[in-house]
Write a protein that binds this ligand. Structure first.
Ligand code: IPM
Ligand code: MN
Length: 362
């Protein structure tokens, strides 16, 4: 398979393979909230059409489950999820206007808990510009650190609600965490055509964390002489993404910068409805988690307006991770064809019509 030609992103860590004749992959499916179940259902339809048999188990987690049971994710469910080969997640989050679910409860209690407890330290987000988008020629990947930074939850509040209130929110950066993320990014850049890796941070202001990231980047970079290295401050990277996204091949960055940059990257390459992601433990310890970058979009539930391409592409990343290279490449190719063909007219197509278009091209 000439996967480079097809724009498939490589991320599998090479390990000795045991040949097994029939592999059924055990996949946990969390449809979640809003349009999550719709887009995941469509993506699974594509996987079936590509002739991959998945042994799927559905988990009813998310805001509806929380409102019914008062539970976000029990230890027992977490332990069960950890036994699967992969996890698919649609979207989590209550409607924006909802007052019933405390802010951040589902995000921290479900999605972030899965990322942290399963040690899914890489959040891999590939982008390809769509004709007519702001960055039609863009073809880059963001490697976002996924277990540390401001997401670690360091900090606290004092005297809450009083005029003397104090709130701190730290950023956790460990040499171990930064190094394994940067190493993954160099490995990835080394396998891609352009061999270019850009570190994005804010080293001029966040001098402690920035120093650790920059030094680690330079040190690990010496092991990859073929990969050209660059550095952009995160604010400048926002300008470049908006004006010249094609300059990027692989970006490596911390958890919060990666969160923000990938929404922007989605917007300039054709919309967040196309942006896929893989949450990986690159050492293959336990399952990986695959999810579209977009949220629950409660406002369009049931309207047929949800774009399934991000979920479909996330599942093609899953298939590649599971060793189903052929099916992964075929789905990826179909999605790219659909993106090229329908360009920025996705909004006029229904969820099912877009899925059918992908299936027809398999
Ligand atoms: C994402 C999302 C999550 C994040 C939220 C839902 C916690 O925005 O995957 O980008 O901030 O990482
Ligand atoms: Mn985000």
């Amino acid at each position: 398979m000439q996967s480079d030609e097809l724009g498939v992103v490589f991320y599998r860590v090479e390990s000795p393979k045991v040949e097994i004749e029939v592999t059924t992959h055990r996949v946990a499916v969390i449809g979640g909230d809003g349009i999550g179940p719709e887009v995941v259902g469509e993506a699974l339809r594509v996987v079936r059409a590509a002739n991959v048999a998945l042994d799927t188990v559905f988990f009813a987690l998310g805001s509806a489950h929380y409102l019914k049971t008062g539970e976000v994710l029990s230890d027992a469910t977490l332990a069960e999820l950890a036994t699967f080969d992969a996890i698919v997640l649609g979207a989590v989050g209550p409607p924006i206007s909802s007052m019933d679910v405390p802010t951040g409860l589902l995000e921290r209690g479900l999605l972030l808990r899965l990322r942290f407890e399963l040690d899914l330290y890489i959040n891999l987000r590939p982008f390809r510009g769509v004709p007519g988008s702001i960055a039609p020629d863009a073809d880059f990947v963001v490697v976002r650190e996924n277990t540390e930074g401001p997401y670690a939850g360091e900090g606290g509040q004092l005297r809450r609600g009083t005029p003397e209130e104090v709130a701190t929110q730290g950023s956790v950066n460990t040499r171990h965490g930064v190094e394994r993320c940067i190493r993954f990014a160099f490995e990835l850049a080394n396998r891609r055509d352009r061999h270019a890796l850009c570190l994005v941070h804010k080293t001029n202001v966040l001098t402690y964390a920035g120093d650790l990231w920059q030094r680690t980047f330079d040190e690990i970079g010496r092991e990859y002489p073929e990969v050209s290295r660059s550095y952009n401050h995160v604010d400048a990277a926002c300008i470049y993404l908006a004006t010249d996204a094609n300059r990027y091949d692989v970006i490596v960055t911390d958890n919060l910068f990666g969160d923000i940059l990938t929404d922007l990257a989605g917007a300039v390459t054709g919309g967040i409805g196309l942006a896929a992601s893989a949450n990986l433990n690159a050492a293959h310890k336990g399952p990986a988690l695959f999810e579209p970058v977009h949220g629950a979009a409660h406002d369009i539930v049931g309207t047929g307006k949800a774009n399934p391409l991000a979920a479909i592409r996330s599942l093609s990343m899953m298939l590649e991770y599971l060793g189903e290279d052929d099916a992964a490449a075929r789905i990826e190719k179909s999605v790219l064809e659909v993106q090229q063909e329908f360009a920025m007219n996705f909004a006029s197509m229904t969820t099912t019509a877009l899925t059918d278009a992908v299936i027809e091209r398999l």
